[in-house]
Design a protein. Structure first.
Length: 337
């Protein structure tokens, strides 16, 4: 999740960034799909971090004090051959999730380690539609008659608050056209959850997610390169005795600004690095991974010193193992109060 900040208000220093940083960011964006070495998936096949949430100006933290706002409408459609829901193995799972995430970030006058300090919170409202089932192929009997195919499905929908993102630490630095920040995110289980329902809007456990992000932005040419790495530490879901493994998220994009418009390409990789554990982990280690790539379009209007920025992203996932694979849409708007 991003901080809801429009970095065009940031005041960069004069120093020029070393070229090695730009090269590293470009490699992250262009080579973000990591080849599989093992099959390591979290409970519900879910990742506490919203995959591909990083976008424009990811590494820039404004120096102007005040309250910044970002609202995302995120939609994800995907399916998985199997996953664990509420302590039971479910087959043929399909899900449609729509989340409205309002991120409030406050930039303070305080400096820590020479960096600008901010903090924030990101409550969410979610609509979930989950279907599970199994399909049987066509069967030919001994007399030549055919039966099927057969599909057995059950589903559930839910509209309720989701889990809440908390950002206690957000530190940003800059040097010329190069900007970077460090943040610590926590996901609090404030959503709706029951072991008796399929369409939960909560993971029912805490997660801690440190993130590093960097941006190279040249205002003269309009080119920018963004990259981030987020490492997820999951806590146990005590209702199911399931502890999902740790997850590494790599995200990046390259964007070209054309006046008020911006056009870019974004990509991400999610790699589970440690196995699932606990009595509820009925599929064993069940470690997961998936990649995504897609276009991004931005539009900025109003005063350049206090603009309103719109962001639209689409991702198509591929090479999924032990998790959901599908597509996502995200439409966001950012502003400063």
């Amino acid at each position: 999740m991003r901080t809801g900040i429009d970095p065009l208000r940031s005041r960069p220093a004069r120093a020029r960034p070393p070229g090695i940083w730009l090269a590293a960011l470009a490699l992250l964006v262009l080579g973000i799909a990591v080849p599989a070495h093992s099959t390591r998936a979290a409970e519900f096949g879910a990742n506490p971090w919203i995959k591909g949430f990083t976008d424009i100006y990811a590494g820039i933290l404004p120096t102007a004090l005040g309250l910044y706002f970002r609202n995302d409408v995120y939609h994800y459609e995907a399916s998985a051959e199997r996953t664990v829901f509420n302590g039971f193995v479910q087959l043929g799972v399909e899900q449609d999730l729509t989340a409205t995430i309002a991120t409030f970030t406050y930039i303070t006058p305080w400096k820590i380690l020479g960096g600008t300090y901010g903090f924030g919170v990101a409550p969410a409202m979610m609509a979930a539609d989950v279907n599970v089932g199994i399909g049987l192929p066509q069967i030919t009997g001994p007399l030549g008659r055919t039966f099927g195919p057969f599909n057995f499905k059950t589903g559930e929908t839910n509209l309720a608050p989701g889990d809440t993102g908390i950002i206690p630490v957000l530190l940003g630095w800059h040097a010329g056209n190069f900007h970077w920040n460090f943040a610590t995110f926590a996901l609090a289980p404030t959503g709706d959850y029951s072991t008796k329902q399929l369409a939960n809007t909560s993971l029912n456990h805490w997660a801690i997610m440190p993130r590093v992000a960097a941006t190279y932005f040249n205002p003269k040419t309009g080119w920018q390169v963004n990259g981030s790495a987020i490492y997820v530490f999951n806590f146990e879901n005590e209702a199911t005795d399931y502890k999902s493994g740790e997850i590494l998220n790599l995200e990046g994009n390259i964007t070209k600004n054309l006046g008020r418009w911006g056009l870019g390409l974004s990509a991400y990789a999610m790699i589970q690095t440690t196995p699932d554990t606990g009595a509820g982990a009925r599929l064993g280690d069940f470690e997961s991974r998936v990649n995504g790539i897609g276009p991004m379009l931005t539009y900025t209007l109003g005063d350049p010193k206090n603009p309103l920025t719109f962001i639209a992203k689409y991702y198509k996932e591929f090479d999924a193992e032990n998790t959901f694979e599908g597509e996502s849409f995200d439409i966001a708007v950012t502003a400063k109060f």
